[in-house]
Design a protein around this ligand. Structure first.
Ligand code: GLU
Length: 502
C-alpha cells in the first residue's frame, strides 16, 4: 500500500512551497488509495519556533489536506513528533556502530576547525570529515576500545558519525529526475546523533520513514543533494529504500532564479499560506488566506506549479485533482511562481460562487449592510473583482453619497442634454409607484430620455456620474436598485444642483 508523509520542521511559518509538497503527497496518496502521515521534524531545538506547528496544522486544514491516522509506531495519532521519539534514535545509531557503519567521534569544535584550516592550507579540494581525514581525528576508529569506553564513561561529549565507504557509487532512480548517480567519495561522514543525544535530520528522517513504512518520499528539490546519503543509510541498515520524487523548485515570477521572500515583498504578494506574526520581531508576513485568495484557487494554483494534466482543462476541484494526478506528469524544470495566474484562478472561483456564498465570506466586514442588500452587492460585483474584500471596497459609492464628482467626466459629459434628461428622469421617478428594480429603473430612464428627445446612450455616463460620482463602475441599473428609488432621486437632485452651479 502507498504510504507517504509530509515532514515539515517547525522553524517558522510554512512556506507556500511546503503546502505544494503536502498537496502533491496528499493527491498521490488519495489517487492510489494510500495513506498520508504528518510528521513534525523538531529535533533541531535551536531552530524551534513556538506557534509554527499550530500554523502548519491550520494551513493544511485551510486548503483541505486531510491527514490520515498514523498506523505505525507511536500509536493511532495523526501526528508524529520526532522530539517525542527521541530516545529511540540512539538505538539505531548504535545498530550502525555495531555493523561497522558508524562510529563515535569526540573531536571538539576547535579540533575540527584546526583540521579544516590544515586541509585548506594544504590546498585540499574539500575540507571535510571523511574517509581520509577521520584517520587523524579522535574517534572510535583511531582510539582503542578501552579509551573510547573510558571517554564515554567520563561523560566526554561525543557525536555518532556515519562511516562512508568511499569506494562505492550510489545510484537511485528518482521518479521525476530519473537516474541519479553520485560517488560516495564526495560525501562526508555526516553526524547522525548529536552530542545532546538528539538525532540529526538525516538519521531521524530515515529511521522514521522506515518504521512508518513510507513507500514514496515526495519532497522539494532542495533535498535532492541529501538523497544519496539517505540511500546509503538505508543500505547500511539493510532496509529497503523508498522511491524518491523531488519536486521542481519554485522560481521568481519572471522565471529567473529561486523564489524568495524578497520577491514576494517587492511584488506585493504573499508566499505563506496564512498570515504569520513573528513571535520575536512582531513583524507580520501576509498570507494567501488573509489576502483574499480562496482555498479552491490556492489549491488549483499550487497543483499547477510543477504539474499539469496534459489537457486544456485548468479548473480542478480537489476531487478532480485526485483523479487526474500522477507523478509522471510532474516536470523537472523549475515552476514559475506566476502570481497573476493565482489571481486569475481566484476570479474564476469567485465568479462560480453563489451570492450567498460570497456574502458569507465578507459578512463580518459588512455587518452594517442588511443581508438582502449584501446579496445584491455580491451579485453586482462578483464578475468584477479579484478578491472578496473588493466587493465592499469597490462599492463605497453605494454607502456614501458622492462628495465629489469625477472631474474629467463632468467636463466631457455634463451638458445641457444631460441636465434635461436627468431632470425628466427625476420627475418620472417621483411619479412612479411600482416596484423599483433594475428593469424598472432602466425602463423609466429610457422613457424619460425619449420624452426629453435625447439619445439614452449619450447621457448614460452623466447619469452614472450623478448617482455614483464616477464615470465607470458596475452595472448602474442594479446599483440603483440597491440604492432604492428615494436615494437615487435625492442623489440626482443633489447632482443637478451642485453641477449646474458652476
Ligand atoms: N524536515 C524536512 C523539511 O523541513 C523534511 C524533508 C523531507 O521530506 O525529507 O523539509
Amino acid at each position: 500500500m502507498v504510504r507517504v508523509r509530509f515532514a515539515p520542521s517547525p522553524t517558522g511559518p510554512l512556506h507556500i512551497g511546503g503546502v505544494r509538497t503536502a498537496l502533491y503527497n496528499y493527491l498521490f496518496a488519495r489517487k492510489n488509495g494510500g495513506k498520508m502521515l504528518l510528521r513534525i521534524e523538531d529535533t533541531d531545538q535551536n531552530r524551534y519556533v513556538p506557534g509554527a506547528e499550530g500554523y502548519i496544522l491550520e494551513a493544511l486544514q485551510w486548503v483541505g489536506i486531510e491527514i490520515d491516522e498514523g498506523q505505525g509506531v507511536g500509536g493511532p495519532h495523526a501526528l508524529y513528533r520526532q522530539s517525542e521519539r527521541k530516545g529511540m534514535y540512539r538505538e539505531y545509531a548504535e545498530q550502525l556502530i555495531a555493523k561497522g557503519k558508524a562510529y563515535y567521534a569526540f573531536d571538539t569544535a576547535d579540533e575540527i576547525e584546526a583540521m579544516r584550516k590544515r586541509l585548506e592550507e594544504a590546498g585540499a579540494d574539500a575540507a571535510q570529515y571523511n574517509a581520509i581525514t577521520r584517520l587523524q581525528m579522535s574517534n572510535s576508529l583511531t582510539l582503542s576500545a578501552d579509551e573510547v569506553q573510558q571517554r564515554i564513561d567520563n561523560g566526554d561529549p561525543y557525536v555518532v558519525r556515519i562511516k562512508i565507504d568511499p569506494k562505492q557509487e550510489i545510484r537511485f532512480n528518482d521518479l521525476i529526475r530519473g537516474w541519479v548517480a553520485v560517488h560516495a567519495s564526495t560525501l562526508d561522514d555526516k553526524v547522525l546523533l548529536k552530542s545532546d543525544g538528539m538525532p540529526t535530520y538525516h538519521l531521524a528522517n530515515i529511521v522514521d520513514d522506515h518504521l512508518m513504512e513510507i513507500t514514496h518520499v515526495i519532497r522539494g528539490e532542495e533535498w535532492l543533494p541529501s538523497a544519496p546519503l539517505h540511500v546509503l543509510i538505508y543500505q547500511y541498515f539493510g532496509w529497503t529504500t523508498p522511491q524518491f520524487a523531488h519536486l521542481p523548485l519554485l522560481l521568481k515570477p519572471e522565471g529567473n532564479g529561486k523564489l524568495s521572500k524578497r520577491d514576494a515583498d517587492l511584488g506585493g504578494f504573499p508566499i505563506f499560506p496564512l498570515q504569520w506574526q513573528d513571535p520575536v520581531s512582531g513583524v507580520v508576513a501576509r498570507g494567501f488566506r488573509e489576502d483574499g485568495y480562496l482555498k479552491e484557487a490556492t489549491v488549483n494554483f499550487l497543483a499547477f506549479l510543477g504539474w499539469n494534466p496534459g489537457t486544456e482543462q485548468e479548473l480542478f476541484s480537489m476531487d478532480e485533482l485526485v483523479e487526474a494526478f500522477s507523478i509522471e506528469r510532474i516536470h523537472k524544470a523549475g515552476a514559475r511562481f506566476d502570481i497573476t495566474k493565482a489571481k486569475w484562478f481566484n476570479q474564476q472561483y469567485l465568479k462560480g460562487k453563489t451570492d450567498e456564498e460570497l456574502a458569507d465570506l465578507i459578512k463580518e466586514q459588512a455587518s452594517a449592510i442588511p443581508y438582502h442588500s449584501l446579496l445584491k452587492v455580491c451579485h453586482l460585483m462578483k464578475d468584477r473583482v479579484t478578491f472578496p474584500q473588493e466587493i465592499l471596497s469597490e462599492t463605497t459609492f453605494l454607502f456614501e453619497v458622492p462628495a465629489v464628482y469625477e472631474e474629467a467626466i463632468v467636463t466631457s459629459k455634463w451638458n445641457a442634454d444631460a441636465v434635461k434628461a436627468i431632470t425628466t428622469y427625476v420627475e418620472d421617478l417621483k411619479l412612479y409607484e411600482g416596484e423599483f428594480i433594475a428593469d424598472s429603473a432602466k425602463a423609466i430612464w429610457a422613457a424619460a430620455a425619449e420624452r426629453a428627445g435625447i439619445k439614452m446612450g449619450k447621457v448614460m455616463q452623466a447619469l452614472r456620474l450623478a448617482v455614483t460620482g464616477a464615470g465607470h463602475g458596475p452595472d448602474l441599473m442594479l446599483a440603483m436598485e440597491i440604492l432604492g428609488k428615494d436615494e437615487v432621486v435625492s442623489r440626482l437632485e443633489k447632482a443637478l444642483e451642485k453641477l449646474s452651479q458652476g
